[in-house]
Design a protein around this ligand. Structure first.
Ligand code: FAD
Length: 436
């Protein structure tokens, strides 16, 4: 079931933004895609990033473009599941206990969003965003002219236990209701896709419509294309203060310069609430830390990404590399690496994929990088895309949680359409910053 995506082209209303100055804060997938689509419409865009491009969550994630996996985090049964997980430091979902009113409000809103009806609505909305974005990837990638590891090979979900398989099949039934495709796989068929998997797993599901990309390569290539279209990309430029001198204009004071603009796009990922607070807007976005370990790809690993179902670890082949990514930790704006959580990811890989583990253990795989990033997570698991009523001249684009790579391009297009004032590819009402 598709609800409203009108398939608006990437260049509709091109040049309609001539003479408008736009500042985009944040050089992750959302900020870069916004800058790109704004530049295509002729706006004068400055993209400000405190570190290097792709310094945040958009760098070392799993890179999945997965409209088939739109089941939201807040869903029926989450309370029972989370009580088992919440305070277990090695579980796929961990909340670091801390005295924070913001966190308490966020958790309450999360529980309120965990009803059947809300979960179905969120499923439909996130799926629609991801499907629309997927269409844009297919158009954008050939235009970039460089290899960004985009592959349309689908995804596999691999389950060790019958219980996980039953849950997966129930989710598949919901996906089919919404027009999605998936095929049940027996233990042997799993091995045909991914020979490194353990024999004797309960089974799995193949989702043929999903894709993956090397996320940092994609974001950097899109930023290069944006720069070619005239975007002024300013890295190592941290936004310190935002002033509103009157009307809808903003003045942005950064570590390297000051910028006046007609329109300001806040795409600061997990750091967005601090920026929004300066404008008097409360954004309930919690940093949700995840980790990845990237190794040189061993021989005999299939090309299709795999989700290790119970462990919630994603395994993505990225050309000569292989990435294991997962875990979700609500611990505030904390970028420390908790070794036990990295170890939990690697243990899951050993359990599900013994075929890629050398005799001496997984540590013998050539490690390229251990990484962590902060997903910007809203309590209803829907992104925030749009204007707040009280803030003319400001567009918020954040809160994409686990789906920012999937939904980055469509978010950029929607931001540009909103600022251009033309037709919108999707109804933005469900994503409004005023909904909280
Ligand atoms: C382990 C893991 C696996 C994931 N796997 C997937 C996946 O397979 N598929 C998927 O769709 N999503 C996935 N995600 C989620 C995805 O990575 C995020 O949703 C997405 O990257 C968010 O993009 P963003 O542009 O909003 O934020 P970010 O990429 O974090 O970008 C925000 C940028 O703003 C900059 N910034 C912040 N404050 C300031 C300031 N004051 N001045 C200037 N710049 C500032 C930051 O430095 C940062 O670069 C995963 C995430 C993790 C952690």
């Amino acid at each position: 079931m598709r609800t409203g995506y009108a398939g608006v082209g990437m260049s509709d209303g091109q040049n309609s933004l001539g003479e408008r100055d736009v500042v985009v804060v944040g050089g992750g997938v959302v900020g870069v895609a916004s800058a790109y689509f704004l530049a295509r419409r002729g706006a004068r865009v400055s993209l400000l990033e405190q570190g290097e491009l792709c310094a945040g969550a958009s760098y070392g994630n799993a890179g999945w473009i997965f409209p088939s996996h739109s089941t939201p985090l807040p869903a029926p049964g989450v309370l029972r599941q989370s009580l088992r997980w919440l305070f277990d430091r090695e579980s796929p979902l961990y909340v670091k206990p801390r005295p924070s009113l913001e966190l308490a409000r966020w958790l309450l809103a999360f529980l309120r969003a965990s009803t059947e009806a809300r979960a179905r609505r969120t499923f439909a909305l996130n799926r629609e965003l991801s499907l629309a974005s997927h269409e844009l990837y297919a158009k954008l990638v050939p235009e970039l002219g460089v290899e960004v590891g985009y592959r349309q090979l689908g995804l596999i979900l691999a389950c060790r236990t019958r219980r996980a398989l039953e849950t997966a099949l129930a989710e598949l039934a919901v996906l089919r209701e919404f027009g999605g495709e998936g095929r049940r796989l027996g233990p042997e068929e799993l091995l045909d896709f991914q020979p490194a998997l353990a024999p004797g797993l309960a089974g799995g599901v193949y989702f043929p419509a999903d894709a993956h990309v090397s996320p940092a390569e994609f974001v950097c290539a899109l930023a290069a294309e944006a720069a070619r279209l005239g975007v002024e990309v300013r890295t190592q430029t941290e936004v310190l203060r935002i002033e509103r001198p009157g009307g809808s204009r903003s003045r942005v004071i950064a570590t390297r310069g000051e910028f006046a603009c007609d329109e300001l796009v806040l795409a600061g990922g997990a750091w967005s609430p601090g920026l929004a607070r300066q404008l008097g807007l409360r954004l309930p976005v919690q940093p949700a830390k995840g980790y990845s370990v990237t190794v040189r790809r061993p021989d005999g690993v299939g090309d299709v990404p795999v989700m290790l179902s119970e462990a919630k670890v994603g395994v993505t082949p990225l050309g000569p590399l292989l990435r294991f990514a997962g875990t979700l930790e609500l611990a505030g704006l904390d970028l420390s690496i908790q070794q036990r959580r990295v170890d939990a990811i690697l243990r899951a890989v050993c359990n599900y994929l013994p075929g890629l583990v050398p005799e001496g253990g997984i540590e013998e795989l050539e490690r390229v990088e251990t990484w962590r990033g902060l997903r910007p997570l809203t309590p209803d698991d829907l992104p925030v895309i749009g204007r707040a009523r009280a803030l003319p001249g400001v567009v918020i684009a954040t809160g994409h949680g686990m789906s920012g790579i999937s939904q980055g391009p469509i978010t950029g297009l929607l931001v540009a359409q909103l600022i251009a004032g033309g037709p919108s590819a999707l109804d933005l009402a469900p994503f409004s910053p005023d909904r909280f």
